[in-house]
Design a protein around this ligand. Structure first.
Ligand SMILES: NC(=O)c1ccc[n+]([C@@H]2O[C@H](COP(=O)([O-])OP(=O)(O)OC[C@H]3O[C@@H](n4cnc5c(N)ncnc54)[C@H](O)[C@@H]3O)[C@@H](O)[C@H]2O)c1
Length: 260
């Protein structure tokens, strides 16, 4: 792996959803830039694999298996990371699910159980991440938080993904009011809005509907899906001191998709 530029040296970071896709790419990049990273997601084996690669590269990673929709687990994970490093400076909330093809649907066909599961993980999970993240950053005297949003939370473009769209819109609203509330405490909160990114969350869509996948790719001005690493670099910038005046903003990484 290429050496980093130490842009996060000294930073103590919690990343949810760190076992794959955007969260994993963010963890690897942040560690390369000198941060100590606490990796949260449900699957311990997958987290150990990511942590192993980070440590082999000389980085510091803590594996904290946790379901972001469960308050006791989120609280315990943040407490362990804070205890291990004497505080936290940065939180990146990435964990999320998309139940496309397995229950998410147009509102008149949407089961309450699927709605609830999506809201529990994608919105309540982000609320709990912000709740314990903000508490820790207040104790540390400031820091940076990134919330992973989605174009589906801005526009009604994801037909048949009503629960997912609603959950992401909720994440945007929550992030913006929190950004306003904690700005004077030295905490910045921003929303990264990835467009169509080629990660495991889209595997089902890509495999079961290759023609639709190609059609969506062709709608993007850059005519391709993005890579997890291309979103991770935006997460990185927002968590460096270079982004010192950025808070409460939407930062799209989408090949121009939401520009049209
Ligand atoms: N890939 C895209 O096209 C795209 C576009 C816009 C937004 N997003 C958002 O980006 C984020 C990351 O998705 P990705 O594309 O990297 O997909 P991914 O499936 O690779 O990553 C999702 C991560 O969330 C974790 N996770 C899921 N449920 C969890 C739970 N209950 N508790 C803890 N961790 C849990 C998974 O283990 C995994 O680490 C998600 O919030 C997703 O909604 C993705």
């Amino acid at each position: 792996m290429a050496p980093g530029l130490d842009r996060l040296t000294g930073k103590r970071v919690v990343i949810t959803g760190a076992s794959s896709g955007i969260g994993e790419a963010t963890a690897v990049l942040f560690a390369r830039e000198g941060a100590r990273v606490a990796l949260l997601s449900r699957r311990e084996d997958a987290l150990e694999e990511v942590a192993g690669r980070i440590r082999a590269d000389g980085g510091t990673a803590l594996v904290l298996p946790c379901d972001v929709s469960k308050e006791d687990q989120v609280q315990a994970a943040f407490a362990r990371a804070e205890e291990a490093w004497g505080g936290l400076d940065t939180v990146v909330g990435v964990a999320g699910v998309e139940l496309y093809d397995v229950g998410d649907d147009r509102v008149d066909r949407l089961d309450l159980s699927v709605w609830q599961q999506t809201i529990d993980i994608n919105l309540t999970g982000m609320f709990l991440t912000l709740k314990y993240g903000v508490q820790a950053l207040l104790r540390a005297g400031g820091g940076a938080i990134v919330v992973t949003g989605s174009p589906t939370g801005l526009y009604g473009i994801a037909l048949g993904e009503d629960a997912y769209s609603a959950a992401k819109a909720g994440c945007h609203g929550l992030a913006r009011v929190v950004a306003n509330e904690v700005a004077r405490d030295g905490i910045r909160v921003n929303i990264v809005v990835p467009g169509l990114i080629d990660t495991p969350i889209n595997a089902r869509f890509k495999e079961n509907h290759p023609e639709d996948w190609a059609a969506v790719n062709s709608l993007v001005p850059m005519r391709r899906a993005g890579l997890a690493e291309e979103v991770a670099t935006m997460n990185l910038w927002l968590c460096t001191d270079e982004a010192s005046y950025a808070t409460g903003g939407y930062f799209t990484v989408d090949g121009g998709w939401t520009a049209i």
